[in-house]
Design a protein around this ligand. Sequence first.
Ligand code: MG
Length: 109
Amino acid sequence: MNLKNLQEKVKLSDKATRYHLYTPQEKEILTMTVKLNEEVGELCNDILSILRVQRKAKLEKFDKRHVYQEFADVILTTLQLASSAKVDIERAVEDKIKRIEQRKKNKSE
Ligand SMILES: [Mg+2]
């Protein structure tokens, strides 16, 4: 396989859909989405270390106290992203919990 050929093959043409971001809000949403992904990745990294299925070099550097911070980072970044996207997160969570409870109720009937 030739990666340059593959890169050329999948290259977006000028006519193809591109990811145009016009407003500061769109840029903020994209930035916060990437940031959330980073924080989830850091949490995953710590979970792998706790389960000891991580590379030895990473296990040697791991401090399990960091996992608490990573859970907090994921929650805080999610809240920031919701604010950027103008999502009423409290309402979203309440609605979701109602749906889950309704699904459980329907299963038990
Ligand atoms: Mg973090």
